[in-house]
Design a protein around this ligand. Structure first.
Ligand code: 5GP
Ligand code: ZN
Length: 105
C-alpha cells in the first residue's frame, strides 16, 4: 500500500527525485538529503508503514529485509570493517520526522 501524500512513498514511486542506490520489489534505498555521516542512506519498504508503532506480524520479513540490505549497502560503501550503525526513530519524541518507516544506515 502506498500513501499519495507521503514523501517517502513519492520517492519510492520516483515522483520526487532522490539519489537512489538500490531498489527491488519490496525496498528502496536512497541517500539522506541532509547526511549526518560520510555514509547516510535511508532504507524504506515500498509498503507505507507509518512507524514502528504500526508494525504487525505480517511485516516480519520486511524488518529482516531492511537489515539485510543495510549489510549489503555497508559492504558496497566499504564501511564493513570500520563499523556502521543503523537507527530507526519511532515517534516525534524520538526524532521521527517522516512517518514512513526508514532505517538510517
Ligand atoms: P527521521 O527524522 O524521520 O528519523 O528521518 C528522516 C530523514 O529524512 C532525515 O534524516 C531527513 O534528512 C531525511 N529527508 C527528509 N526529507 C527528505 C527528502 O526529500 N529526500 C531525502 N533524500 N531525504 C529526506
Ligand atoms: Zn509512505
Amino acid at each position: 500500500m502506498s500513501d499519495p501524500s507521503c514523501l517517502f512513498c513519492r520517492i519510492a514511486r520516483r515522483e520526487i527525485p532522490a539519489k537512489i542506490v538500490h531498489e527491488d520489489d519490496g525496498l528502496v534505498a536512497f541517500w539522506d538529503v541532509n547526511p549526518q555521516a560520510p555514509t547516510h542512506i535511508l532504507i524504506i519498504p515500498r509498503d507505507h508503514i507509518p512507524s514502528l508503532n504500526d508494525l504487525e506480524p505480517k511485516h516480519r520479513d520486511v524488518i529482516g529485509d531492511v537489515h539485510l540490505l543495510a549489510r549489503e549497502l555497508a559492504r558496497a560503501e566499504g564501511i564493513t570493517s570500520g563499523g556502521w550503525r543503523v537507527v530507526m526513530n519511532c515517534g516525534a519524541d524520538a526524532g521521527q520526522t517522516v512517518f514512513h518507516i526508514h532505517l538510517h544506515l
